[in-house]
Design a protein around this ligand. Structure first.
Ligand code: UT7
Length: 331
């Protein structure tokens, strides 16, 4: 019997209208466009300014865009998975709210949190539900309102992150297209280098934690950089090797958009030319769970059925990994 694979059959996206440029950041903290551009590759990022709007606001827009493009009803969706590090609320799954708002009345829904690897891990989860044969349409959304957890007086983090959302639909495929292989890793040593100290079960919110700014993202950038640069390159090379892929067999690298220098190092290790590397960090910064689907959203028209794509991510936790996927349609 032929194996059923899990293919991406549609993509949607959304970024807020408000653009926060490097020039404007120069007026907010002690930084400059030249430093940000050369150290990270970022020129601008989007910020969600709508009042009382959380991550679900963007997730819903990305999902609605996808449904429109795919031409299906939300009621056909079996499962909604929202990959996010910034849920609307600490308790009450954002995915459940998103599913109801888009009209996915026959779906169950939950969130997945693995920092910047959330979407990559979500691809594995979504594909597994399809491969099992139990579900036919799984909607995976990567969305983060990073501006809600960033201290805009801290120049080491506020220049990096942005807000956004992207969505993909996984469906069964009988032609062998879709997810081929994955290599996912984690290492708890990483939580000291990239974290939010307060608001969790170790250090609940208090007047003290607010005063000490412990609800914002803390990152030891240099340490995270060292781990990210070697691990993202390692897993990308490994997944090529164990699938007997040469550089000529790989049409695209879809890397997490945290730092252009990390992306370049990964591409170099794989032997890939710059034209094969999806990149939009200059426009959106690091949108955490939304980077990978927003790459697909921006590059969708260039992707051809059968293209071999290597996805790679690295994030807090630490969490990281790579996925090898064959693209399933021409748009
Ligand atoms: O997505 C999740 C995973 N996260 C990542 O992969 C992020 C990994 N880390 C990075 O991307 C980089 O470490 C950063 C972009 C965060 C920082 O770049 P860096 O090249 O590692 O800079 P650094 O932290 O070593 O700082 C170099 C210098 C320091 O000054 P001194 O000590 O050399 O005088 C910083 O104080 O740059 C200074 N600096 C800045 N200067 C201007 C730090 N932030 C800024 C800034 N503008 N925004």
């Amino acid at each position: 019997m032929k194996k059923t694979t899990a293919a991406i059959t549609a993509v949607g996206g959304y970024v807020p209208d408000f653009v926060l440029s490097n020039k404007v950041l120069e007026t907010m903290v002690d930084t400059n466009d030249e430093w940000i551009t050369t150290r990270t590759g970022i020129k601008e990022r989007r910020i969600l300014k709508e009042e009382n709007a959380g991550t679900s606001y963007m997730a819903i827009k990305a999902a609605e865009d996808l449904l429109r493009k795919r031409g299906i009803e939300a009621s056909e969706i079996d499962f909604v998975l929202v990959a996010t590090a910034t849920p609307d609320m600490p308790v009450a799954a954002t995915a459940a709210y998103v599913a109801s708002e888009i009209g996915a009345t026959n779906a169950f829904a939950y969130d997945l949190q693995a920092a910047c690897s959330s979407f990559l891990y979500g691809m594995s989860t979504a594909a597994s539900y399809i491969e099992s044969g139990r579900y036919k349409k799984v909607l995976l959304i990567g969305a983060d309102k990073m501006s809600s957890i960033i201290d805009y007086t801290d120049r080491t983090t506020c220049i990096i992150f942005g807000d956004g959302a992207g969505a993909v639909l996984f469906e069964p495929n009988e032609e062998g297209l879709g997810l081929q292989d994955e290599y996912l890793r984690s290492d708890g040593i990483g939580r000291q280098f990239l974290k939010i100290d307060a608001g969790g079960s170790i250090l609940p919110a208090s007047e003290e934690t607010v005063k000490n700014k412990q609800h914002f993202v803390f990152q030891d950038g240099k340490s995270v950089f060292k781990f990210a640069v070697s691990n993202m390159a390692d897993v990308s090379a490994l997944i090529m090797e164990r699938n007997n892929l040469t550089k000529d067999d790989v049409q695209w690298l879809a890397p997490h958009q945290a730092n252009k220098r990390i992306i370049d190092a990964t591409a170099n290790r794989m032997g890939l030319e710059a034209e094969k590397v999806m990149m939009n960090i200059h426009r959106y910064g690091n949108t955490t769970s939304a980077t990978l689907p927003l790459l697909l959203y921006d590059y969708e028209k260039q992707l051809k059925k059968g293209d071999n794509i290597i996805f790679a991510a690295f994030g807090g936790g630490f969490t990281w990994g790579s996925i090898y996927l064959k693209w399933a349609y021409n748009s």
